[in-house]
Design a binder for this molecule. Structure first.
Ligand SMILES: Cc1ncc(COP(=O)(O)O)c(C=O)c1O
Length: 441
C-alpha cells in the first residue's frame, strides 16, 4: 500500500512560500510530492507528519550514532545548559574534557579546536595548511564532499562526469554559481584511487600545493574505499613534497573505528576534521592534528575564531557521546548488526541475480549494482543506478528509510535492534523481488 504524504505535501506548499525549495538545506528537497516533514524521532525510528514510521538508515547523513533523542546524551546536555547557560565569552572545563577525548581516541590529534560544522572544520584545516606551507593550492578528489565553503565545492555530482576532463589532466568543475573565478585556480582535482593521476598532478604542481584533502573512504560516493597502498602512497608523497595531509573524517570518524579511518587503515595524517557522529546529532565539529601545525593558531597568525565555537550545548553532547563510545561496546554492537544487514542484503541481491557490491564497513556502507568494484566516481557513474534507486524509493514507501540519493551510505546506530534488521531485510527482499521482476531498461 502506498503511504499517504498529504500532510507533508500541504506543509511543503506553505513552506515553499517562505523558504527556498521549502527546506533549510537543498539536499532535503525531493520534489513537491516527496519532500517529507518529520514530526517525531526516537531510537532507530522517525515518524513523518502523516504518521508513517520509518526505520532510519540515513540518520541525518550520519551524526545520530547512538539513536534519535537519546536520553543519556539529552539529559546531560540539558543539565549542563541549565547550570552554565549556552555560551559565554569564556571557555569551560567541558572543552578541555572534550579535547582530551579527541587526543586519547584519534591517532593524529595532539591538539584540537572545537567548531560548529564540518564545513567550518575543513575550511580551517585548509587555511592552517596554507598558513603552514605558504602555498595556495590544494588537491581534492573527484566525488568527495567536504562541506559548502567556496574552496571545496568542486567536482562532486551536480555536473556530469564528462565535464571532469581526462584522467591525466582533470578539470576542477565548480558546483555552484557565486564562487569567485579566482578560486578555481586554487583547486587541483584528481580521480580517487588513481596513483598515476596524483603522481602526475604533484610532479606538475607540488611547489604550489599546501594540502591533500581526502575522505579516506568516499562517504559521499557509495563508500568506495582506498585501493591497497593508496593512503600510504599519499602519505609518502606528502612527506616527499612537504604537503600537509588532511583526512576529512567527518563521516568516517567514529564509524570505522574509535580512532576513525586513520586507526583502521593505520595511516596517520597531519590534520583531521570531525563532525557528525561526535555529538549524536547536536551541531558540533572539530579539527585537530600535530602540535607543530595547531600551535600556529593565534590572533594575527592563523586565524580561527567563532562566537559559538565550544558552546555548552555542543561540547556537552560531544562529551556524553564520545564518553559512551569510549566506555561501552557501542561500535562492536553496531558492527554486529551492520554485518547482519550487509550479509542479508548480499544474499537478497544474489538470489535475484543482481550483481551487487555491499561495501566493507558495517556502520557505514554503500550498495553498488555492478559486477566489479568501481575505484572512483568516474567508474561508479557507469554502474546500474536506476534500478537501485527504484529499490530505495520503494523500500522507503514500506518504512525503510535511507537517503534517496544512492551514493549516500546506509548508517547504523546503537539503537538499531536485531528485530529492526530482520524487518528491514524482509522488506528489502520483497521490494527487490518486485522491482527486479518488473524492471525494463
Ligand atoms: C566528509 C564530509 N566533510 C564535510 C562535510 C560538511 O559537514 P557539515 O554538513 O556539518 O558542514 C560533510 C557533510 O556531509 C561530509 O560528509
Amino acid at each position: 500500500m502506498t503511504p499517504s504524504y498529504e500532510k507533508s505535501k500541504a506543509l511543503w506548499q506553505k513552506a515553499k512560500e517562505v523558504i527556498p525549495l521549502g527546506v533549510s538545506s537543498s539536499f532535503r528537497f525531493h520534489g513537491p510530492e516527496n519532500t517529507r516533514y518529520v514530526a517525531r524521532a526516537k531510537g532507530a525510528y522517525y515518524w513523518d507528519v502523516d504518521g508513517n514510521r520509518y526505520i532510519d538508515y540515513a540518520l541525518a547523513w550520519g551524526p545520530v550514532i547512538l539513536g534519535h533523542a537519546y536520553d543519556e546524551v539529552d539529559n546531560y546536555v540539558f543539565e549542563q545548559v541549565r547550570m552554565r547557560g549556552t555560551t559565554t565569552a569564556l571557555t569551560t572545563d567541558l572543552e578541555v574534557e572534550a579535547a582530551e577525548k579527541f587526543v586519547a581516541m584519534c591517532p593524529c590529534v595532539e591538539k584540537v579546536r572545537l567548531v560548529n560544522s564540518g564545513t567550518e572544520a575543513t575550511m580551517h584545516a585548509l587555511r592552517l595548511a596554507r598558513g603552514y606551507t605558504g602555498r595556495d593550492k590544494y588537491i581534492k578528489f573527484e566525488g568527495a564532499y567536504h562541506g559548502v565553503h567556496d574552496y571545496v565545492l568542486y567536482s562532486m555530482y551536480a555536473n556530469p562526469v564528462p565535464a571532469y576532463g581526462t584522467r591525466r589532466s582533470p578539470l576542477p568543475v565548480p558546483e555552484s554559481s557565486g564562487i569567485p573565478k579566482a578560486v578555481n585556480s586554487t583547486v587541483i582535482t584528481v580521480p580517487y584511487n588513481d596513483f598515476e593521476a596524483l603522481d602526475l598532478a604533484l610532479k606538475r604542481s607540488w611547489q604550489d600545493v599546501a594540502a591533500i584533502l581526502i575522505e579516506p573512504v568516499l562517504g559521499n560516493c557509495a563508500c568506495i574505499g582506498p585501493l591497497e597502498g593508496y593512503l600510504e602512497f599519499i602519505r609518502q608523497k606528502c612527506d616527499e613534497y612537504g604537503i600537509v595531509l588532511i583526512f576529512d573524517e567527518v563521516k568516517t570518524g567514529f564509524h570505522l573505528a574509535k580512532g576513525g579511518a586513520q586507526e583502521y587503515y593505520k595511516v596517520i595524517p597531519d590534520l583531521a576534521t570531525y563532525a557528525k557522529a561526535i555529538g549524536n546529532g547536536y551541531p558540533c565539529a572539530a579539527f585537530g592534528g600535530k602540535k607543530e601545525l595547531m600551535d600556529m593558531i593565534a590572533v594575527g597568525q592563523v586565524e580561527q575564531d567563532g562566537t559559538y565555537c565550544g558552546n555548552v550545548v555542543s561540547v556537552a553532547a560531544i562529551n556524553a557521546t564520545l564518553g559512551k563510545i569510549m566506555r561501552e561496546p557501542v561500535l562492536e554492537t553496531i558492527f554486529a548488526r551492520g554485518r547482519k544487514l550487509q550479509e542479508g542484503l548480499r544474499s537478497i541481491f544474489a538470489e535475484e541475480g543482481i550483481p551487487a557490491i555491499v561495501t566493507e564497513h558495517p556502520a557505514m556502507f554503500g550498495v553498488i549494482f555492478s559486477e566489479t568494484m568501481p575505484r572512483d566516481q568516474r567508474e561508479w557513474e557507469n554502474t546500474e543506478k536506476a534500478m537501485l534507486s527504484k529499490i530505495v524509493v520503494e523500500a522507503q514507501k514500506r518504512g525503510i528509510s535511507k537517503h534517496e540519493v544512492i551514493r549516500e551510505p546506509y548508517f547504523l546506530s546503537y539503537s538499531h535492534s536485531d528485530a529492526d534488521i530482520d524487518e528491514t531485510l524482509n522488506v528489502m527482499a520483497d521490494v527487490t523481488h518486485q522491482v527486479k521482476a518488473t524492471w525494463k531498461k
